[in-house]
Ligand binder design. Structure first.
Ligand code: NAP
Length: 353
């Protein structure tokens, strides 16, 4: 009997926790200027022959579908994945779905500055241009606070610091590619940024860890990084563009990642199916990224996402709403300095004051 009560209590607790996660996605902001950009589809992507494109976290979800479509369009795609086995399986799947595609696997663990430096060293040694860097990999809301190899909270360390360091180190290859056409850095943020706050007193959530608040903070920081990168690139007259995107809400492994109890995993699996049915599949979640990476209508420094219900759903990509705190340029400059200090990576450009 007591076992049954415990189990019931457990279920109620888990459901409550799940709805908290769902509720933590932001309400639609009717003031936000979200509008449609016609009916752009991947069929509109011009041939990408000769382009080298790097996608982080390309072994699953949005990253995989981004890599697949770009490869189908003729690009050479580098699938940067942390796990060799999952990476190989994704590469094999990609080659089955896109026969003749040009793609390679590379090992990159964004939760390790050593791995990022080693990865960048290998890419730079090839001395080949990089036309697009898609900062896609991400980790969301592990129940317990986890750390990267370098001791950073895992979401801030992976989603923010990892991509900051990678982008800075690969900037010479991106500059090298920006000859006839501008090269692009696309950073995947989230509508969750709207609930995010940068807690400069405790960016690593050491004093208090809330899984969703740390995720929201990391996604706010991703968006602020992309916007600040754009401002800095423009200030130096660079031909590299920075564009941010969010996928709305899509059925991917993001909701299932991390060590969880069997019940939690089961509930999340059900939630994922619901998300896929009611909101977006993983393939649909890749549309804003594909648009930002390839459309000629993209604005330097723009932020794009689905324009359907509450910005969560839809196959039409348009300008996405940016929360006021993401537009705070003083905080963005401060965040940049923190990222430089924590990663030891300085971007190879000078900002004219
Ligand atoms: N799905 C959504 O509704 C949603 C909403 C808003 C924003 N996003 C963003 O979309 C992006 C893609 O996520 P997804 O939804 O496609 O989820 P996903 O299927 O879980 O993909 C995340 C990818 O990131 C990789 N990754 C995690 N930690 C890494 C590390 N330390 N080094 C290298 N790669 C790492 C994962 O690799 P493993 O397979 O090895 O773990 C996986 O390939 C994320 O930035 C996420 O925040 C997603």
């Amino acid at each position: 009997m007591s076992r049954r009560i415990l189990t019931t209590f457990d279920v109620v607790y888990k459901v409550e926790r799940f709805t908290t996660v769902v509720r933590s996605f932001p309400d639609h902001d009717p003031q936000s200027k979200v509008y449609m950009k016609g009916t752009w589809t991947p069929a509109d992507i011009l041939p990408l022959d000769g382009k080298r494109i790097l996608v982080t976290g390309a072994n699953s979800g949005i990253g995989y579908h981004t890599a697949l479509v770009l490869a189908q369009k003729g690009a050479h795609v580098i699938l940067a994945c942390r796990d060799q086995r999952r990476g190989e399986s994704a590469l094999a799947r990609l080659k089955t779905n896109a026969p003749g595609a040009s793609a390679e696997l590379a090992t990159l663990d964004l939760a390790s500055l050593g791995s990022i430096r080693e990865f960048a060293r290998r890419v730079l040694a090839e001395e080949r241009p990089l036309h697009m860097l898609i900062n896609n990999a991400g980790v969301m809301a592990p129940p317990k606070r986890l750390e990267t190899t370098d001791g950073f909270e895992i979401q801030f360390g992976t989603n923010v610091l990892g991509h900051f360091a990678l982008t800075g180190l690969l900037m010479p290859q991106l500059e090298r590619a920006a000859v006839s056409e501008r090269s692009r850095v696309v950073t995947v943020a989230s509508i969750a940024h709207k609930r995010g706050r940068l807690n400069f007193n405790d960016l690593q959530s050491t004093r208090r860890y809330s899984p969703m608040q740390s995720y929201q903070q990391s996604k706010l920081a991703d968006l602020m990084f992309a916007l600040e990168l754009g401002r800095r690139l423009r200030a130096t007259g660079s031909r590299v563009m920075s564009v941010a995107v969010h996928p709305g809400v899509a059925n991917t492994n993001l909701f299932r990642a991390g060590e969880r109890s069997a019940l939690d995993s089961a509930l999340r699996a059900v939630a994922s199916q619901l998300i896929g049915a009611l909101l977006n599949s993983d393939a649909a979640g890749a549309l804003p990224t594909l648009y930002a990476a390839t459309s000629l209508n993209v604005t330097d420094g723009g932020y794009y996402g689905p324009t359907g219900w509450m910005e969560m759903r839809g196959d039409r990509v348009g300008v996405a709403a940016i929360a006021p705190q993401a537009q705070d340029m003083e905080s963005a400059r401060r965040l940049w300095e923190v990222c430089e200090t924590l990663t030891g990576v300085r971007f190879p450009f000078r900002v004219s004051d």
